[in-house]
Write a protein that binds this ligand. Sequence first.
Ligand SMILES: [Zn+2]
Length: 494
Amino acid sequence: MSDRPELIIRNTTVVDGSGARPFVADVSVSDDRIVGVGTQGDSAGVQIDGAGLVLSPGFIDVHTHDDLAVLIEPTHRCKTLQGVTTVVVGNCGTGPLTDRALLGFGNEVAASWSNHAGYFELLDREPASCNVGVLAGHGTIRTEVMGRHENRAASSAELDQMAEHVSEALRSGALGMSSGLAYEPGTYAPEEELADLASVVAEAGGVYTSHIRNEGAGLEAAVAEAIRVGERSGVAVQLSHHKAAGRDNWGRVVQTLAMVDEARARGVDVALDQYPYTAGSTSLEQLIRQGALGGDSVSGTRPFGDLNGDQVLIGSAPDKPEIEGRRLSDLAAELGLDLRAAAERIVVDGGNGTFAVFEIMDEGDVRTVMTHPLTLIGSDGIPAGGKPHPRLWGTFPRVLGRYVRDAGVLELGEAVHRMTGAPAKRFGITDRGRIEVGAFADMVLFDPDTITDVGTYEDPARPPVGIHGVWVNGRRIVTGQNHTGDRPGRALRR
Ligand SMILES: [Zn+2]
């Protein structure tokens, strides 16, 4: 078949996803696979001049909350326009066990399903433009078995039921399991429960991703717990969106990265990912319940620390869009309420899916984490409407523009590796993340001199610049800043 390629990108600079140095070549595609890398002869197929541009594997977004978004708006422009060809859904403990489980992460979806297999079948029937890998969500599963507010250990019967849901996910093709230990109900789960369920994941060779219990004052203890879960269960542990949250804690990523290195030296398989911004985002309700705006914390651990009203922007408020992009301090003054009371009012008035964006990280820490060799890139974007955190639209071009080209924090080949070949390996995604003969033709063609994110906190939903083309399974989904409408994505089964 290699003598009849349907697509040839000629004279392009190939950054192949392995971390190797860039090289110039022609890359040819037949059906859904790459069939030639090197000088290619004449062809009747589509020819694209790639001179001066970089062709890399499509980006793999390892940390997303796109479970519903890929069903509701399957072209998934916020990700595909930035070169993302695979999203991993089901993070922070919230996974697609049922349609009910996902409410609050964007709009409701018309379809319904009642197990992970059902979610996979839906993706098969109504494919997105990008591929979708799935994690089971520990929090979703605990809610299904025990309810969301049970602050106690599971009984052995409940633990068995949770293990069966994890097992069903893995049999259906899930890549692993996530936890969200700063949130209900993950915050109520003792370490033993996590280790027991992680053993089920380990047996299947899956990955365990964790939004750890505390990213602020309790950061090291929370990292230590995640490492112990890996040690006890043998699972590969992925620390999600790694950071030190809150000014008092800035700099402590130096310690946590040393903990990661020390654990690996002992044979514990632990790694991490991050998004390239100094602001975080979560639901406003979570900030209230966790005591970040004053008052008590439901878990007693205050995982987001203390935020002041100037740090917090209302990102999305579906029922009250006029407050999107405004500061909580200003809204509280207008309402004549203290921060917590104002936020409580806004959660009610803003409706289901009211999200906040808040400044909590140090730029130096972002760079320190990025330079660690085990750090992958995951957007953690929240596909809500309004003014979502700009990471939703800009994460990957921002790494390549701001951090690779402008600041020199990473070499281009290394940065691409952490977005492609490395995450494919880490999450067990086969035949993707590389430009090589035989790999699936998930590819992005971009201009390394101009690629950058352009969204801001005030105007976040903007396609990046510098992307020339994006292909998924050999079919073109993006030309410049325009989506072709094609939906060649697949549900990726382990
Ligand atoms: Zn999270």
